[in-house]
Design a protein around this ligand. Structure first.
Ligand code: FAD
Length: 451
């Protein structure tokens, strides 16, 4: 068994079948009598067909495994559908409000960048405390270092999948522009830019005039901007996940409808019920994004995940204005992503129960601010879209084995950067599952860090 670097594969978790064995063990019920349902056997079943699960499934099938990708919906229809489309990010992760003024504004529900439901506060409070502890400058720098191996490969791993899947037409490589309105925001920026320089991340600092040379239709309502030149973006995140799923199917993978919560042990394997019948697998990967706790908690795996809900709406631009790349207003916590459907305005974090009714007050707060920045016309869609970012307080995902459950793997909690990190997560976990030397040390992403 190969094992080098800091990561030693413990066991070969999956035996290669190589081909999809639907029906091979079929039409036999437990008592041996003929049954009218198929039973299929695979090397691996991936639960959840967002960008994370779909990328994992594609990486596994590319390595010769037989793989079923199971979701209750079509691939890419949930969180991976409605994001801002940014591949890559700034260096520092999102942080708890650092000034008393911002905290009070948030508490009074007047901040454009954050909202919360009072009823959900008791449940989310421990998470918020952990998030606050992880938001010091030192901890954010540490998180940036630990996340760097993944972030550094975000664009190249998307490009590799997009090239073979025929999705390059959705990829735009002209960077990300972040805007800063106040001296205070600029003062915080210098540490981040120093770290970017250490990492060799290409950035360019602009005053408002310089930024307008890149994006001429931005009004000069901000003091400065940073152009993150090596960040890419997608014009249609949903189409990209769908295209990766099509590539997976073209390579012999099977996409099935089913409820992941039916996962259980049967005959020494993992079994999940699908609309085609039960599927058995040597290994199961849970990539259910914000729904992952629904599967894990009943199995005794209770990791501290919270959701930060976010909303979007699409707008046409007035007066022949254009926007060539995503723009983030850092202090107001909204982003503008040029998409196939128009300019997608996305909001910051809302702390609320995942299934609570939508409350798009942040959209109402940021639309006038965004309109003063770019000439947005009327919304082109009927109502706001809502999604839930699956977030751990330390802004790191969980990628690796499920403690105490041999053959069960976890890949979730990618928070604000899940679209970016789907393909690189797929590569990392596929390397771990097949006993290869992973391209980076997976220890910082292990579930065991919460013990
Ligand atoms: C407003 C907003 C803006 C964002 N902008 C960006 C950005 O610009 N760049 C970036 O990198 N990230 C961004 N993100 C974050 C990113 O979208 C998420 O981190 C990412 O989509 C998570 O992907 P996922 O595959 O883990 O989850 P999902 O896409 O939610 O996939 C989970 C899948 O599991 C399925 N599922 C759930 N329960 C079950 C069940 N019981 N049985 C079967 N299937 C089930 C769902 O149907 C779904 O398809 C943004 C998020 C939001 C909300």
């Amino acid at each position: 068994m190969p094992g080098t670097g800091n990561y030693i594969p413990r066991e070969q978790e999956i035996g290669l079948l190589g081909t999809w064995n639907a029906g091979v063990l079929s039409k036999r019920s437990r008592d041996g009598k003929a049954a009218d349902r198929f039973m299929a056997r695979t090397d691996a079943v991936v639960l959840g067909a967002g960008i994370v699960g779909t990328s994992i499934a594609l990486h596994l099938v590319k390595r010769g495994l037989s793989v079923a990708l199971v979701d209750r919906r079509e691939p890419g229809r949930e969180t991976s559908y409605g994001n801002t489309g940014v591949i890559g990010s700034t260096i520092f992760p999102a942080a708890f409000p650092s000034s008393l003024g911002r905290l009070i504004r948030a508490a009074l529900k007047q901040a454009p960048e954050v909202n919360y439901h009072v009823v959900s506060l008791p449940r989310v409070l421990p998470w918020l405390m952990a998030f606050r502890a992880a938001s010091s400058r030192e901890r954010r720098a540490e998180t940036a270092r630990l996340m760097r191996p993944l972030m550094a490969h975000a664009v190249s791993e998307h490009e590799a999948l997009a090239a073979e899947a025929g999705a390059m037409r959705y990829l735009r490589k002209n960077g990300l522009l972040t805007l800063y309105r106040s001296e205070r925001a600029l003062a915080e920026l210098w540490t981040e830019l120093a770290l970017a320089a250490q990492f060799g991340v290409p950035i360019k600092f602009h005053d408002a005039q310089g930024a307008r040379e890149l994006e001429p239709h931005l009004a000069p309502v901000f003091k400065a901007a940073v152009h993150w030149a090596d960040v890419a973006s997608l014009t249609d995140p949903y189409a990209v996940t769908r295209t990766y799923a099509e590539r997976f199917a073209a390579l012999g993978g099977v996409v099935l409808k089913g409820d992941a919560r039916s996962l259980h042990r049967a005959a020494g394997r993992w079994r999940v019920d699908t609309s085609e019948g039960p599927v058995d697998a040597d290994a199961a990967v849970t990539a259910l994004g914000p729904w992952t706790p629904d599967l894990l908690r009943p199995r005794g795996i209770d990791l501290p995940l919270a959701v930060k809900r976010g909303y979007h709406r699409h707008f046409a631009l007035r007066d022949g204005a254009t926007l060539g790349r995503p723009v983030i207003d850092m202090e107001n916590g909204f982003a503008l992503g040029p998409m196939k459907q128009g300019i997608r305005l996305t909001t910051g974090a809302e702390f609320a129960d995942r299934g609570a009714p939508a409350s798009p007050v942040q959209l109402r707060r940021v639309i006038p601010i965004a309109r003063a920045l770019v000439p947005l016309g009327e919304p082109v869609d009927d109502k706001p879209w809502m999604g839930s970012r699956p977030c751990f307080a330390d802004s790191r995902p969980v990628i690796g084995r499920a403690p105490g459950h041999p053959g069960l793997w976890l890949a979730y909690g990618h928070g604000h950067v899940g679209l970016s990190l789907g393909p690189v997560t797929g590569r990392l976990i596929a390397e771990m599952m097949t006993g290869k030397v992973p391209f980076c040390d997976p220890a910082p992403y292990a579930a065991e860090r919460f013990r």
